[in-house]
Design a protein. Structure first.
Lengths: 211, 568
């Protein structure tokens, strides 16, 4: 049984590099591309779309507390559309643009993966499935997703937002910050507390007087 | 309302207290009580608690046992390894030949990027490449995620123990975790930072690609290098390498020896977080293809020509310590600004205490899986020891006295070499040892399984619970079982592989104490008439105290009413 598993793993690993949709070199790699095969439920390719995704620390400036980022963090496409992605890395380190959860009969492990080993540019193609769904796209280098390189791909309008998309949605494990004790903030806090106090006192004294 | 006499209540309280004390233990009232009435009756102490169920534990989680045998890949002869989880031989071949010189199927069996180790140009015509480009990245282990409940990528130093850490790692490709579901770190991302090997006289280009969210540098401690823009010290030689940037260090080392590389930004934090590794310069020899990285340290599966001339095998031994008050700070926030403040300004290393002690990134019992020194009789084993902890290392070998052949990469005059069984290694110091397994009562006392550990006793524990820490073993091969683990004659080690053991939930001798002499004692229950009487008396005492309080309340209430001039 174990031998069988290992030989299967071996065959799989051999397949992965001889897989037609894999390109790899000193610049990086594009894995599990799909520009021809139709996803289930698509009768034909109903449209073409092109996007440019830039990656780098430049795009973290806009969002405090992040270090890396993409030029855009939400992408929307109709169903059954062929999308040509141009991925540009503006840093001198590795970055990725990896979409998860795609149909695994088209993309092994459900992944469409673009990676650049340094500054540069590459293109890759995938076809959106016939499902109304929001897919995760990110850079899976340790702490890059966490520090801002997280995006969502909405197909057919998507099914809601993913958490921690910079500028779009909030964290599930919230970071805790101290309260500003500047005069302006304190006055505002005091005024709001007084307002709440006055509302409840007014409510109860008024209720008492009505017979 | 009926009034109680406060005095009678007070009297009752005193009497009840004395009765309760007498029922609990009259010895407390009068030391000679039992002299008058005879010795107390036998009352059995509680039974032991049932032995906890340890459940199924994995002693060796072997993934690729076939990797233990000797391999020849691309003409590189790779020595066998006895580790439970040995180094990937294809990766070793890629490190020896260079990722630019191996065929695609070999590179695909690793997770290295094509440009992580580039070897070209045999400039001195001695049969090995002399222009070496090495790319390292920085990875965070057990870090916080804004969305996941676990810390990732997950790396355990011992069962259930996963402190935060940063490491230098060879440049890789693909995901940091095994996959989307299994958030364990891919095997290149681990403690310690991988030892780097180059050859004396090589033109080495070491490129730091800062994939982490803080600024870093590399200081080549002890390695021959020029100063300008090359020393890794932000106060003197160069600007820090910011996230997303890279820095190129160029060296051509003229002296061989065991050296160190480490980050020199906020050293009291970054060094202790794990940005420290061994940097070994091998002697220049013909046809000397050295193994550029030794991921996880431990056995070198392709030793250099120079080492192979004098030794049968070679091990890298990197000792580290972790203060969780520092290391786990990275698990408290996802905001780098908060982390920078907490780590650099609020954490105070002068108040720090180390909790975990590691050899090659693991603490006992995981040292059994990959940090054993396995030997045969009459062999010379080269051991390069680096102390990355902030305290003195007092490394002790049971059953052997090894010879110190070099300090800090400088050979000791053979006439002045010292043979001993406790090797003191100062922080950041390196000691090269010649472990000679000749059974002469001096170098070795014979075959067996012999411990090897820091003899500063805190370092043989995992946060105070022993056995743990940097304990490893020198094992003669005939004592290894088919899972490459030592078959000792001592106690069963399986309880140590349960996370419950290091949480302190298992009795220390749980598996070796058939009679249950040292199991946890049970708790006290009500099991005699005396106990019943005691509890009832305590209840009565509570009632009396309640009445006493209520009479005090009535008294003050009456007083307050009088002061207001109303009728009580």
């Amino acid at each position: 049984m174990r031998f069988f598993t290992y030989s299967l793993l071996l065959i799989l690993s051999l397949m992965s590099y001889s897989y037609a949709a894999m390109r790899m070199g000193e610049w990086g790699m594009v894995m599990n591309e799909n520009s021809e095969q139709l996803p289930q439920g698509c009768d034909s390719i109903e449209g073409e779309d092109k996007i440019v995704i830039k990656a780098g620390r430049e795009y973290a400036k806009e969002f405090p507390g992040t270090i890396f980022g993409y030029s855009q963090h939400t992408f929307s496409f109709p169903k059954c559309t062929r999308v040509e992605v141009t991925f540009i890395n503006e840093d001198d380190i590795r970055h990725q643009f990896m979409i998860h959860g795609l149909p695994s009969y088209l993309h092994p492990q459900g992944m469409f993966h673009m990676e650049l080993y340094g500054r540069g540019e590459t293109t890759g193609t995938f076809i959106t499935p016939n499902t109304k769904q929001t897919y995760l796209a990110h850079c899976d280098i340790a702490q890059h997703t966490e520090k801002g390189m997280k995006a969502q791909v909405k197909v057919g309008g998507g099914n809601g937002n993913l958490p921690s998309i910079p500028g779009v949605s909030g964290q599930l494990n919230k970071d805790v910050y101290e309260i500003d004790v500047g005069l302006k903030n304190l006055l505002l806090l005091a005024a709001l507390l007084m307002l709440g106090f006055a509302i409840s006192v007014f409510f109860f004294t008024r209720n008492k007087k009505t017979p | 309302m009926k009034k109680y006499s406060a005095l009678s209540l007070l009297f009752s309280a005193i009497v009840l207290s004395i009765i309760a004390l007498a029922l609990y233990d009259p010895y407390l009232l009068n030391k000679r009580f039992f002299d008058y009435i005879g010795m107390p009756d036998y009352q059995a102490p509680p039974q032991s608690k049932p032995k906890p169920d340890i459940g199924a534990v994995t002693v060796c989680d072997e993934l690729y046992p076939e990797w233990r045998k000797a391999y020849t890949i691309g003409g590189v002869e790779i020595e066998p390894s006895d580790a439970c989880n040995p180094d990937n031989p294809y990766e070793v071949a890629a490190f020896v030949l260079g990722t630019n010189n191996v065929i695609m199927p070999v590179l695909m069996k690793t997770q290295l990027s094509d440009d992580s180790v580039v070897k070209t140009n045999d400039r001195d015509g001695d049969g090995d490449p002399d222009d070496i480009v090495i790319r390292v990245e920085i990875a965070e282990l057990n870090g916080r995620s804004p969305d996941e409940t676990e810390f990732l990528p997950h790396f355990e130093i011992a069962p259930g123990i996963a402190p935060g850490a940063w490491v230098f790692a060879p440049k890789s490709r693909g995901m940091a975790t095994v996959n989307r579901e299994d958030l364990t770190a891919n095997h290149l991302l681990r403690l310690p930072s991988a030892p780097i090997r180059v050859e004396e006289g090589d033109n080495v280009t070491l490129i730091l690609e800062n994939t982490h969210y803080f600024p870093h540098t590399i200081h080549l401690h002890g390695v021959d290098h020029s100063y300008s823009n090359n020393d890794g010290v932000p106060q003197t030689s160069e600007k820090m390498t910011m996230p997303g940037e890279q820095h190129v260090y160029k060296i051509k080392p003229r002296q061989a020896g065991t050296m160190v590389y480490h980050c020199h930004v906020q050293v009291q934090v970054h060094f202790m977080m794990g940005l420290q590794g061994m940097f070994i310069v091998e002697e220049n020899k013909p046809n000397n293809w050295v193994q550029t990285f030794n991921v996880g340290a431990g056995k070198v599966r392709k030793p250099s020509v120079g080492v192979r001339e004098d030794y049968d095998q070679e091990y890298d031994l990197h000792y580290q310590a972790i203060d969780t008050a520092l290391n786990n700070l990275i698990q408290t926030s996802n905001d780098p600004r908060q982390l920078a403040k907490r780590m650099n300004r609020l954490y105070d290393i002068t108040d720090g205490t180390d909790d975990y002690f590691m050899l090659n990134g693991r603490s006992f019992p995981y040292t059994l899986r990959e940090s054993l020194i396995t030997v045969e009789s009459n062999q010379h084993t080269k051991m390069r020891v680096f102390n990355g902890t902030p305290e003195m290392l007092a490394l002790h070998t049971h059953g052997h006295k090894a010879t110190i052949t070099a300090y800090d990469g400088v050979d000791v005059n053979p006439l002045a070499q010292i043979t001993r069984d406790v090797y003191s290694v100062a922080p950041a110091q390196r000691v090269d040892l010649d472990l000679y397994t000749k059974d002469d009562g001096l170098h070795s006392y014979g075959e067996g399984i012999w411990l090897m550990h820091d003899h500063a006793e805190r370092a043989i524990t995992n946060d105070g619970i022993a056995p743990g820490g940097n304990v490893s073993q020198i094992v003669y091969r005939k004592y290894l079982n088919k899972h490459a683990l030592p078959n000792g004659e001592g106690e069963d080690v399986s309880p140590y592989f349960s996370p419950e053991y290091y949480k302190g939930n298992l009795p220390s001798w749980v598996a070796s104490d058939a009679f249950g002499f040292f199991d946890d004692a049970g708790d006290k229950t009500v099991n005699s008439f005396k106990d019943v009487a005691l509890i009832i008396v305590l209840g009565m005492l509570a009632g009396v105290l309640f009445l006493l309080l209520s009479s005090i309340y009535i008294f003050f209430h009456g007083l307050a009413a009088k002061l207001k001039g109303r009728q009580p």
